[in-house]
Design a protein around this ligand. Structure first.
Ligand SMILES: Nc1nc2c(ncn2[C@@H]2O[C@H](COP(=O)(O)OP(=O)(O)OP(=O)(O)O)[C@@H](O)[C@H]2O)c(=O)[nH]1
Ligand SMILES: [Mg+2]
Ligand SMILES: [Zn+2]
Length: 288
């Protein structure tokens, strides 16, 4: 049989096929090649008992993310709360850059609009050309717009711990009942309530809930060189050709249209700052 891995953990995985879930073992060849099924993978398996099987092959992946660990992603929902915890543009930029690298559409969702006074950070991402939603997880209309967008797709929720990914999942997906955690009063952060990437069936597709992270090393998430990083900020190419065709848009470059757009307020300072930071991170990587 063939099915979709909805959850994977140390040598076993849960596979959705034929309207049911099969508990499958992962053996032999995979272990030797240290290639393990991930949530989102399409796998072939032999049925060995009632709702039990052995995985025999992983079908070719359209893409596979390291963090969150999900394959065959159609759309990445980057969730950030406007308050408790506050938004962290650098982390959002990391996720958009990783999505650009894999050619997966990122959508940015700002939650907790009910307790926030300032949603201006959302303009940064609208201006960069991304689809942006500002919602409260109590607001049915906002949630429905997201529902329509991800219909029939494999959508993945990612973002810091405590931003409301699981709460949103439960709104998007009837009967999902993913665990929602308390916020630590002192830090205003979540406490990693969600433990591993898990796919839930939505009307015609899948939504993956994933554990929150607090920091993400971009150099561990994508295989890129410093010259590639500028291409992960799509708005940079909208301001015409720089004087030098191989311009890296670094600060103070003569004839650089990105530097000019930044000065003119057309590129958000936080986006440019993230670019420089990621560029530096890749520039200081030791290549062996
Ligand atoms: N006021 C308000 N609170 C929210 C909203 N969305 C989520 N919360 C609260 O935020 C807390 C954390 O929500 P979760 O859904 O567990 O967050 P998470 O992103 O899944 O966290 P991890 O699983 O740890 O990564 C819970 O107390 C939710 O009730 C919202 O839109 N407004
Ligand atoms: Mg969660
Ligand atoms: Zn330039």
């Amino acid at each position: 049989m063939t099915g979709r891995v909805i959850e994977a953990i140390s040598g076993r995985c849960a596979v959705y096929a034929d309207g049911g879930v099969f508990d499958c073992a992962v053996k032999g060849v995979f272990r030797k090649n240290s290639l393990f099924p991930k949530a989102g993978d399409v796998v072939d398996f032999d049925v060995i008992a009632e709702k039990e099987g052995n995985v025999t092959a992983i079908r070719e992946r359209k893409n596979t993310f390291i963090r969150p660990a999900v394959s065959n992603v159609d759309i990445m929902l980057i969730v950030s709360s406007l308050s408790s915890p506050p938004p962290d543009p650098e982390n959002i930029d990391k996720m958009t850059a990783i999505c650009e690298h894999y050619g997966v559409e990122p959508v940015i969702i700002f939650t907790k609009s009910d307790i926030a006074t300032d949603a201006s950070v959302s303009d940064v991402y609208k201006n960069a050309g991304y689809k942006v939603f500002v919602v409260s997880n109590a607001d049915a209309e906002g949630v429905n717009n997201i529902k329509n967008l991800i219909s029939g797709k494999l959508a993945v929720l990612t973002g810091f711990s405590g931003v409301g990914k699981s709460t949103l999942l439960n709104r998007l997906c009837d009967g999902a009942e993913s665990a929602v955690g308390p916020l630590s009063e002192k830090l205003g952060r979540g406490m990693n309530t969600t433990r591993r990437a898990t796919l839930f069936r939505s009307e015609n597709g899948f939504i993956a809930d994933t554990p929150g992270f607090s920091s993400l090393d971009i150099t561990m998430c994508i295989d890129a060189s410093k010259e590639d990083i500028k291409d992960l900020f799509p708005e940079f190419s909208e301001f015409g050709q720089c004087r030098f065709v191989d311009c890296l848009h670094l600060e103070g470059t003569k004839g650089c249209e990105v530097c000019r757009a930044l000065k003119d307020g057309k590129i958000a300072p936080s986006r440019y700052k993230s670019y420089l930071k990621f560029y530096e991170a890749f520039a200081s990587l030791k290549r062996y």
